[in-house]
Design a protein around this ligand. Structure first.
Ligand code: GDP
Length: 297
């Protein structure tokens, strides 16, 4: 099951209607543009994003004829591809590392999105880049989350800093960072508490943790299955606590693409990494051009 299957075939029906035309006109692209619009909306892309997208593609398409043997319908594919890449931020957005001392990466997110497993996957990923890591368990509400982090850290082969659940998350994070400095560890990954919904307690706590450890990266973990809601969440967290980007999980599920396509445009923050499965090696950078390629099939 290809995640963008429906989107891919929806877009295909747009080009198919333009087979054999000599030049793209306002008239002959009207119906195909409606197909594109419908395909994006069905993929759960946010409406304002769809509007801008369709308008921009339409403007570029009108007047396009045969260029160097490339048919107009094929050129429309190229226009859509380029526009998709732009929509997703253009370039890959690399993780930023501190110039000196440990780089602190703060992970936030609602419960169940895959935050705890992302901690371990991120450590695994950074380890491959030659960086030493320390995981910090600052989710004090669910003892099970700490246990899970300890088990995962053993699988990755990285240490985990815990202080139980009777101490403030900001203190745990601070002590964890001190520990990392002592041991000259490169990256500290702080796992924070997730809740079912956004609430003030969670936001206040995140602000406190952020203030205590001054992270270089504050990444919101979002579930791709939530579609355009993912983009709304990134926006809210960014306004509330200030984030540097998002990690999109469960891209291996039957998400329709709306999250991947809406996050950057809606929130202004890039998707930095994506998770496509439950294994440690299933986390990778987000490449807008490759994603566009997959969407176009
Ligand atoms: P948390 O509550 O945000 O810490 O979520 P967990 O890390 O405990 O993950 C919740 C569930 O989602 C677990 O069963 C994970 O194995 C699963 N999960 C996390 N990321 C992915 C992913 O990218 N793909 C799939 N298929 N499952 C995932």
């Amino acid at each position: 099951a290809e995640m963008f299957g429906q989107l891919t075939s929806g877009l295909e029906s747009a080009w198919n209607k333009l087979r054999g035309v000599d030049v793209l006109t306002k008239e002959n692209i009207a119906e195909p543009m409606r197909d594109i619009r419908r395909a994006l909306l069905e993929a759960d892309v946010s409406l304002p994003v769809v509007r801008r997208f369709v308008q921009s593609v339409g403007e570029q398409a009108v007047g396009v004829g045969l260029i160097r043997g490339v048919r107009p319908d094929q050129q429309l594919v190229k226009i859509v591809r380029d526009e998709l890449v732009q929509l997703m931020g253009g370039e890959v957005s690399d993780l930023v590392f501190a110039k000196s001392g440990p780089t602190v990466i703060l992970l936030a997110g609602l419960q169940g999105v895959g935050k705890t497993t992302v901690c371990a996957k991120l450590a695994f990923y950074l380890k491959k880049l030659g960086k030493s890591c320390l995981l910090v368990a600052a989710d004090v509400y669910r003892p099970a989350a700490i246990d899970q982090l300890v088990i995962l850290s053993e699988q990755v082969g990285v240490p985990v800093y815990t202080e139980g659940t009777d101490i403030k998350p900001s203190q745990i994070a601070k002590h964890g960072l001190e520990e990392a400095k002592k041991k000259t560890i490169d990256v500290v990954i702080v796992d924070t508490a997730g809740r079912l919904q956004i609430d003030k307690t969670m936001m206040d706590e995140l602000k406190e943790v952020k203030q205590a450890v001054n992270p270089v990266e504050v990444l919101l973990v979002v579930d791709a299955m939530t579609g355009q809601e993912a983009a709304a969440l990134v926006t809210t967290f960014n306004i509330e606590i200030g984030i540097t980007g998002a990690i999109l999980t469960k891209l291996d599920g039957d998400s329709r693409g709306g999250a991947a396509l809406s996050v950057k445009e809606v929130s202004g923050k890039p998707i930095k990494l994506v998770s496509r499965g439950e294994r440690l090696e299933d986390l990778e950078p987000f490449y807008p051009d490759r994603m566009a390629g997959r969407i176009l099939g």
